[in-house]
Design a protein around this ligand. Structure first.
Ligand code: CP
Length: 313
């Protein structure tokens, strides 16, 4: 694997998932990463991605360097041909070339601004690193995708499913702030590659990018979508149509016990962090149906499987 920027970088998904499961059962390889360095650059906050990826790298024997780039680094210019006479002190051309000398893999987290759809879809930050670095790039969540989370989600469903082809429902839930589309985009793309019955539930005006959802069925009636669900993935995202806007915040889409009763005793997933009693109610998060902690644990093994592939080239 040359890079892990989006799900199209995966050559053999079943094999990658099997690797992650083996790694979970302690089949580690601390020699592979010996003498190698992972550099992690964060333009945005993180708990799980940062610590699980650091842990994964260390389990493989790697050294890890972490930088919160907005507070500790120079402001970077990502567009070519600019006269850099404002606040941007360093161009991605030099930054990526220099980092490639210090690191064997460069991992980057860079959220969208949610102001300009075309600009966010262009993935300037991730593509800037890809273009100008000479080492593999690992996406720690970009403007439009979170492929490490999606691999974790696939692993979790494979581990916990009790029927061959489970029904998986991705449901929108309210949130007071405008959130990106990266997690639901990658989740949908991952589920489209798996043997599951996938559907999406969201209010009108909150449909995801149709180039990603493709033929996946979208319900605007949450209760209808939830019928017979084996897994419910709860997540908020801002409007894609009215780009970055929060169109709805009322609690009638909050996922609670009443909603859970309409499913096939579904396992409830969320990438975390989750706002309790806004996105998912206490009575679900504190129930046996919630698998969010199990899911977060799987972040380490998904990251380990991907790092191993990147180290092997
Ligand atoms: N799910 C996830 O990416 O968590 P963090 O934002 O805490 O890294």
């Amino acid at each position: 694997m040359k890079n892990y920027i989006d799900l199209s970088d995966i050559e053999d998904l079943p094999a990658l998932l099997e690797d992650a499961l083996k790694l979970k059962n302690n089949n580690s390889n601390p020699e592979l990463g010996k003498g190698k360095t992972l550099g992690m650059l964060f333009f945005n906050p993180s708990l799980r991605t940062r610590l699980s990826t650091e842990k994964a790298a260390k389990l493989l024997g790697m050294e890890v360097m972490v930088m919160n780039i907005n507070s500790d680094g120079w402001a970077l210019e990502f567009e070519d041909g600019q006269v850099m006479d404002s606040n941007k002190a360093e161009h991605i051309k030099e930054a990526a070339a220099v980092l490639s000398q210090y690191c064997d893999i460069i991992a980057v987290r860079a959220f969208p601004e949610l102001k300009d759809k075309e600009r966010d879809n262009a993935e300037l930050v991730m593509n800037g690193f890809k273009k100008y670095a000479s080492v593999p790039i690992l996406n720690l969540e970009s403007a439009t995708g979170h492929p490490l989370q999606a691999l974790t989600d696939a692993l979790t469903i494979i581990e916990l499913k009790t029927v061959k082809r489970p029904k998986v429902v991705l449901t929108w839930a309210p949130h007071p702030k405008a959130l990106p589309h990266a997690v639901p985009n990658s989740f949908v793309q991952m589920m489209q590659k798996m043997d599951v019955e996938l559907c999406i539930a969201n209010p009108e005006g909150n449909d995801l990018n149709s180039e990603i959802t493709n033929n996946t069925k979208v319900f605007h009636d949450q209760d209808e979508a939830l019928k017979n669900a084996d897994f419910v993935y709860v997540k908020n995202w801002s409007s894609y149509e009215n780009y970055g806007e929060v169109l709805k915040t009322d609690e009638d889409w909050t996922f609670n016990q009443e909603k859970l009763r309409g499913t096939n005793n579904a396992k409830v997933m969320h990438c975390l962090p989750v706002r309790r009693n806004v996105v998912i109610a206490d009575d679900v998060l504190d129930s046996e149906n919630s698998v969010v902690i199990h899911q977060a644990n799987n972040r380490t093994f998904a990251a380990q499987a991907v790092l191993r592939k990147l180290l092997k080239g």
